[in-house]
Design a protein. Structure first.
Length: 572
C-alpha cells in the first residue's frame, strides 16, 4: 500500500496537517488514500485510527478554511436548540445544531469540506446555515447526548422502557414458587434492577453478575475484562431479584432446578436499544444470574479500530475477498471473536452477496444478513442449519462454532465448493486450531485445502491516555519478557497505569491482540503430514507470522497497553 501512495499529491487538509506538524508525509498520504477508499472524511479516519490529536486537527482545519473553532465542552445538551434539525440528518451528516440567531442556524461539524450537510440542513429547515469546526471525538458524544435529551423515553430510571423480546425458557411442573409475579413487580425491586442495568450500560460493562451466597448477596460488573463488585443488597431480596430478572426475560419463575436462557431488550431512546442475554444457574444458595450486554454498535466499529496491525488487517481483508475458503477465529469466551466475525460480515454485506449465519444465539442483529438461532430442542443444530443454507444459494456462511465432526465436515465441504465460510473454535492458538480439527476426525487433506486463514485473539485493556506514566525497566527484564535486542535498541517508552477520574484504575477500553496466520503451501504440506501444533507454530513464526505474545509486546512498545496487562492476557 505504501508504494502506491508516494505518487499522491497532498492538498487541502492533508497538506495543512503535515505543515502544522500533526502528521508526517507518508502517514498523511496513506490516510488520504484509505479514507477515500472507505468513503469517510479524512478527519474521521485519522480520529478512528488515533493517528493525530482530534482537537489539534479541528483547530488546524478551522485555520485552513477560515471558520470558527469551538470547544464543545462549553455546551450542555439543554443549551442546544430543541428539534431544530431532524435526527436522521444529524446522524447522517454527523452535524449538531448549536444555536439559532434570527434566520441563521449555526452547525457544529468536524469536516469542513462537508458542504452537502449544510446544504441539506438548509433545505430542510429553511434557515441559512453556518459551519463551526469542533473536535470530531467530542462531536460524536455530544450528538448522542443531544438526541437522548430530545427523547422523552429516556426519563428517570423508573421510566426506562424494558421490552421482553424473546422466550427461551420452557414451563415445567415444580414445587410452589418462592416468589409470585406480583411480589417480583414490587416498585423497589423494579427500580433496583433497572438501576443495575442502566448503570452497567453507562459504565461500559460487558456482563452483570447477580450472585447469592449463604450470608451475602452481591452484584458485580465486568468492565474492560475485569470483574468488580458494585452492590451488596440484603440477602433476603435474592429470590425477588431473581424473579424480577426472569420475568423481564420471559423465563419460568417457578423453575429453579435447571438453567434457563432468555433475552431482555432495553430501549434507552428512539435511536438506541441494548440487548441483554440472560442465563440462570442453580447454585447452593439460590440462582446465580448473568446478563451479557450486547451493544449493536460494536458490530459497526470497522476493522481499523479493532487493533489489527497493518499486515494482519491486510491478511484478513485478503481472505474475505476470496470467493471460497474457510476463516477460523479462535480464543476463549469473551476474547472478541464475535466482533471480529461481525466486522468481516459487515465488510461483505452488500446487495450482491447472500449471507447466512447459524448462531447460538444471534447476539447482534444485522440488517441484510439471514441470521438463524440454532435450537437443539427441536432438532435445529449447526449441522442442520448448514445443510439448509447450502440449498439456498449462499455466497457467505457463518457458523457460530464448530463443535463436532458433522458440523466441521459440512462446513469444510461448503468451503471447498465455492462458498466463503467463517466460524470459531475454542483453542488457544492458530496452530492448536489445526491440530484440534485433526483430533476431531477431519481428514488432514480437507483441512489443508479448505482453511485459508486462522485468527487467534485476546482482548487487553488500553492504558488511559490521560494518566498513563512512564516506567523504567532494566534491559535484562525486558529480554526476559520476550523483547528482542533490536526492539530494546529502538528506545521505546514503557508505560504503566496510574488511575484518574476518567478511567478504571489506569485503563480505559480494550484493544484486540491477534495472531493471524495464513495457511501457506508449506503449512498445508505440514498439515497433510499431520505435524504437531509445536511444529506448525515454529513454521508459522519462520514465515513471519507473529504469535499472540509478540503482538502483545508490540502493543506495549506502542504505549497502547502495559507490560502487566500483556502478561495477564498472553502467557507463553
Amino acid at each position: 500500500m505504501a508504494s502506491n501512495t508516494h505518487n499522491v499529491t497532498l492538498t487541502g487538509l492533508a497538506r495543512r496537517f503535515v505543515d502544522d506538524g500533526l502528521l508526517d508525509e507518508d502517514t498523511a498520504r496513506d490516510a488520504f488514500v484509505k479514507a477515500s477508499q472507505n468513503r469517510i472524511p479524512l478527519i474521521t479516519y485519522l480520529t478512528q485510527n488515533q493517528l493525530a490529536d482530534s482537537a489539534k486537527m479541528a483547530f488546524s482545519a478551522a485555520m485552513e478554511f477560515g471558520v470558527s473553532f469551538l470547544d464543545l465542552d462549553a455546551f450542555m445538551p439543554e443549551m442546544l436548540p430543541e428539534k431544530a434539525v431532524d435526527e436522521k440528518l444529524v446522524r447522517k451528516h454527523n452535524a449538531l445544531p448549536l444555536y439559532r440567531r434570527g434566520n441563521r442556524l449555526f452547525i457544529a461539524v468536524s469536516d469542513p469540506t462537508n458542504i452537502q450537510a449544510l446544504d441539506e440542513i438548509k433545505f430542510n429547515t429553511g434557515l441559512s446555515t453556518d459551519a463551526i469546526l469542533v473536535d470530531d471525538t467530542k462531536l460524536k458524544s455530544a450528538i448522542d447526548r443531544y438526541l437522548e435529551s430530545q427523547d422523552t423515553t429516556m426519563g428517570d430510571l423508573d421510566d426506562a422502557d424494558l421490552e421482553d423480546v424473546e422466550t427461551e425458557g420452557g414451563e415445567q411442573e415444580t414445587d410452589d414458587a418462592v416468589v409470585t409475579p406480583t411480589e417480583a413487580d414490587d416498585a423497589p425491586i423494579v427500580k433496583y434492577v433497572n438501576k443495575m442495568l442502566l448503570d452497567a450500560i453507562r459504565t461500559g460493562a460487558s456482563d452483570i453478575h447477580f450472585e447469592p451466597y449463604e450470608k451475602v448477596y452481591r452484584v458485580r460488573y465486568r468492565t474492560d475484562g475485569v470483574l468488580k463488585e458494585i452492590s451488596r443488597p440484603n440477602i433476603k431480596l435474592a429470590p425477588k431479584i431473581a424473579a424480577r430478572v426472569k420475568i423481564m426475560s420471559q423465563l419460568d419463575i417457578s423453575e429453579r432446578r435447571v438453567p434457563q436462557d432468555g433475552r431482555i431488550k432495553m430501549k434507552l431512546s428512539k435511536t438506541k436499544a441494548i440487548d441483554f442475554r440472560v442465563n440462570t444457574l442453580p447454585t447452593l444458595w439460590g440462582e446465580k444470574i448473568v446478563l451479557r450486554i450486547l451493544d449493536p454498535t460494536q458490530a459497526q466499529m470497522g476493522i481499523d479500530v479493532l487493533g489489527y496491525e497493518e499486515d494482519q488487517k491486510e491478511l484478513y481483508l485478503e481472505a474475505l475477498a476470496q470467493p471460497q475458503g474457510m476463516i477460523l477465529v479462535t480464543g476463549p469466551t469473551g476474547s472478541g471473536k464475535t466482533v471480529s466475525l461481525y466486522t468481516g460480515l459487515n465488510i461483505l454485506n452488500t446487495a450482491e452477496v447472500n449471507i447466512s449465519t447459524a448462531e447460538d444465539p444471534a447476539e447482534i442483529n444485522l440488517e441484510g444478513i439471514n441470521q438463524v438461532n440454532v435450537n437443539n430442542k427441536v432438532g435445529l443444530g449447526f449441522a442442520e442449519a448448514l445443510r439448509a443454507f447450502l440449498r439456498q444459494d449462499p455466497d457467505v456462511i457463518m457458523v457460530g462454532e464448530i463443535r463436532d465432526l458433522e458440523t466441521a465436515n459440512i462446513a469444510i465441504k461448503a468451503a471447498q465448493t465455492g462458498h466463503l465460510v467463517l466460524s470459531t473454535l475454542h483453542t488457544n492458538s492458530a496452530a492448536e486450531t489445526l491440530t484440534r480439527m485433526m483430533n476431531m476426525g477431519v481428514p488432514a487433506f480437507n483441512i489443508a485445502t479448505s482453511v485459508s486463514l486462522i485468527i487467534a485473539q485476546r482482548l487487553g485493556r488500553r492504558l488511559c491516555k490521560s494518566c498513563k506514566e512512564p516506567l523504567d525497566a532494566p534491559r535484562e527484564t525486558l529480554l526476559k519478557e520476550g523483547f528482542t535486542e533490536e526492539q530494546i535498541d529502538t528506545g521505546f517508552t514503557l508505560y504503566q497505569p496510574k488511575g484518574c477520574d476518567k478511567c478504571n484504575g489506569g485503563y480505559k477500553g480494550r484493544v484486540g491482540i491477534y495472531e493471524v496466520v495464513k495457511v501457506t503451501s508449506e503449512l498445508a504440506n505440514m498439515i497433510m503430514e499431520e505435524a504437531s501444533s509445536i511444529q506448525i507454530a515454529k513454521q508459522a513464526q519462520a514465515e513471519g507470522f507473529r504469535t499472540l505474545r509478540q503482538s502483545a509486546l508490540r502493543k506495549v512498545m506502542e504505549g497502547v497497553t502495559s507490560l502487566e496487562e500483556a502478561n495477564r492476557v498472553t502467557k507463553d
